[in-house]
Design a protein around this ligand. Structure first.
Ligand SMILES: Nc1ncnc2c1ncn2[C@@H]1O[C@H](COP(=O)(O)OP(=O)(O)OP(=O)(O)O)[C@@H](O)[C@H]1O
Length: 255
């Protein structure tokens, strides 16, 4: 990765959470990211919004070490995912739009299995049960096979796994698409739990309502960079939904 400013890079190496600085990425001749800057600190929830094709998934792919960006700095707790994908992935949990679990295993068994793969502590009473409790998966579901689980229940298992692994970074791709209002509310509570545990949460979403409910900052990705960012107000009305909606509905600049 080409890096122009070594002091910026050194600072990024020291930061916890997510640091993206001047990230550029092209697929062939198509420039998708054109100088993206984004930071998510411990205990912060950042909602990244943008139209179809704006580059949200490409940003997640850079954090997961799936692509080698053309230029810029990407760090997950100080680790460059392009140089050390395993190291970066050990610091994060990624919850895709559809969470894949072993259907014939129960929720507890899935956690036990995935924790063993991650080489993490997996003792049921002290690790697995408190994590399932923290995400409010109903008790009757703990020992049920996950084959019949709804999207919301699958997410709870995935986030329980993240909590049990004590990862400092959580990446979420379209977490609320297809969730009913009650499940969305429960999901937002889950994120608040992650926040109180000091996790840096980056959520890619089209769901402005959920972003308004739960995010501390909302960034609009357009033309390959964060075109505008809003910070939650500490007052009662955290965000002005009408203003955000007007901003989001504005036609995006083609990247
Ligand atoms: N592997 C790839 N090869 C070529 N082009 C790609 C590749 N992946 C993504 N693109 C293109 O890059 C652009 C950004 O894609 P990306 O998936 O990052 O956008 P997005 O914001 O996640 O979109 P959506 O909201 O539709 O999921 C799109 O024009 C897409 O077609």
């Amino acid at each position: 990765m080409t890096v122009g400013d070594s002091s910026t890079e050194a600072r990024a190496d020291d930061e916890r959470g997510i640091v993206i600085h001047d990230l550029r990425h092209s697929y062939g001749s198509r420039q998708v990211l054109r100088g993206l800057d984004l930071r998510v600190g411990p205990g912060e929830i950042y909602a990244l919004l943008g139209g179809n094709g704006a580059g949200k998934s490409t940003t997640l792919a850079a954090l997961l070490g799936f692509i080698a960006p053309s230029a810029g700095i990407v760090r997950v707790c100080g680790i460059d995912p392009a140089a050390d994908p395993q190291g970066a992935r050990a610091q994060l949990a990624y919850v895709p739009e559809s969470v894949a679990l072993y259907e014939h295993l129960t929720a507890r068994e899935n956690l036990d299995y995935f924790l063993s793969l991650a080489g993490a502590d997996r003792s049921g009473a002290t690790v697995i049960d408190p994590a399932l409790d923290a995400v409010a998966l109903p008790r009757h579901a703990w020992d049920a096979r996950t084959g019949g689980f709804s999207k919301g229940m699958r997410q709870k298992v995935a986030i329980a796994l993240a909590l049990a692994r004590h990862v400092p970074v959580l990446l979420l791709d379209e977490p609320t698409s297809g969730l009913d209002p009650q499940a969305t509310l429960e999901f937002n509570r889950l994120l608040a739990t992650a926040r109180t545990r000091g996790v840096a949460v980056l959520m890619v979403t089209h769901d402005l309502l959920s972003a308004v409910d739960v995010a501390d900052r909302i960034g609009f990705l357009a033309d390959g960079r964060i075109e505008e960012e809003r910070q939650a107000d500490s007052g009662s009305a955290r965000f002005d939904l009408n203003a955000l909606h007007a901003r989001y509905a504005r036609p995006q600049v083609a990247a």
